[in-house]
Design a protein. Structure first.
Length: 323
């Protein structure tokens, strides 16, 4: 009976998180539009925050509640899922044409973020300690990287954007409705995050699985649903290129801002998250860059998408078998 309640907490919490993220994004974007902020800036900041809000809430709540491995596993697993599954599935639905500027500028930032996390979480490997921990100093450094990324983002906006950069049109709504959406969105994220973390942690203990494994798989896939929905919808609308910006923004936000904020609040011991997980994170970012540049020039094909999905299935299988 307890397991049933834990599952209800997990599903109900995730539903609240997704609804909250959607309401917060729509409300904030409408306010920004009223103030004359460009579609590009809205897409790269508010919408990027909205789709990554579930990861932020789950990781921060986990860190505060002493479930650091769940917090780190959530981000590592989400980023691997974003690249291998979301880009892979989207490419299988519709081959993704990648702009040269994205390959030269934005995708390398995803690789840099992955390397930064690998370095900050590998204390034992680098001889910097006896326990792998993302310290407060590491968290502050990650937040500084995020500030540089935001500066770069606003620089792009200042220099102008193409139609492809603008994404979907922001829905207009009265100010009172925008404020209601923002308030309701925050409430959904806060309470949903608490329910979700409680349910996931209890299930992990009941099933004999580590918090790291639950974070890397179940929680990571669950909190990546907004990105998956956005990317698949874009592919069905024959705009698969939108998936690229969605994944890039989310992955950079997850590492630099979410883990940076969580580690600054409380140092994060990464538990059972090891070399396999961090290497897969870096490897998936490298694969993302390779399939864009090579083979069929600047296009991620259906075959390449299938290979990426197969890589994710193989990684998950190894994780479960090693448990």
């Amino acid at each position: 009976m307890d397991i049933l309640f834990d599952i209800l907490f997990l599903v109900g919490g995730l539903a609240l998180i997704l609804l909250g993220a959607n309401g917060l994004t729509d409300g904030a974007a409408a306010v920004a539009k009223k103030w004359g902020v460009s579609d590009l800036v809205i897409g790269l900041t508010i919408v990027a925050f909205g789709t990554s809000a579930p990861e932020l809430v789950v990781s921060l709540t986990s860190a505060i509640n002493g479930c650091a491995a769940l917090a780190v596993g959530n981000v590592v697993g989400s980023n691997i899922f974003n690249v291998l599954m979301i880009i892979g599935v989207t490419a299988m639905v519709m081959p993704i044409k990648v702009e040269k500027s994205i390959l030269a500028n934005e995708i390398p930032l995803v690789f840099l973020a992955s390397i930064a996390l690998f370095a900050t979480a590998s204390d034992i490997l680098l001889g910097a300690g006896t326990v792998n921990t993302i310290s407060r100093i590491d968290g502050i450094l990650l937040l500084l990287f995020f500030a540089i990324f935001m500066r770069y983002t606003f620089s792009i906006a200042k220099n102008g954007a193409t139609d492809a950069d603008k994404g979907e049109e922001v829905k207009a709504m009265p100010m009172w409705k925008s404020i209601l959406y923002i308030g309701g969105g925050f409430a959904g994220l806060i309470y949903g995050g608490q329910f979700f973390v409680d349910g996931a942690s209890n299930l992990a203990r009941a099933m004999g699985a580590s918090e790291s494994l639950i974070g890397l798989t179940l929680v990571a896939a669950g909190t990546s649903l907004p990105e998956l929905a956005t990317s698949v919808t874009a592919a069905l609308k024959k705009s698969p290129g939108m998936a690229i910006g969605n994944v890039i923004g989310s992955n950079i936000f997850n590492i630099f801002f979410i883990l940076g904020t969580s580690a600054t609040v409380t140092p994060l011991s990464i538990g059972n998250i090891g070399l396999l997980d961090l290497s897969t994170l870096v490897g998936s970012a490298m694969l993302f860059w390779i399939v864009g540049w090579f083979f069929k020039t600047r296009t991620i094909t259906r075959i390449e998408g299938a290979i990426m999905v197969a890589c994710y299935i193989a990684y998950t299988t190894v994780l479960i078998m090693a448990q």
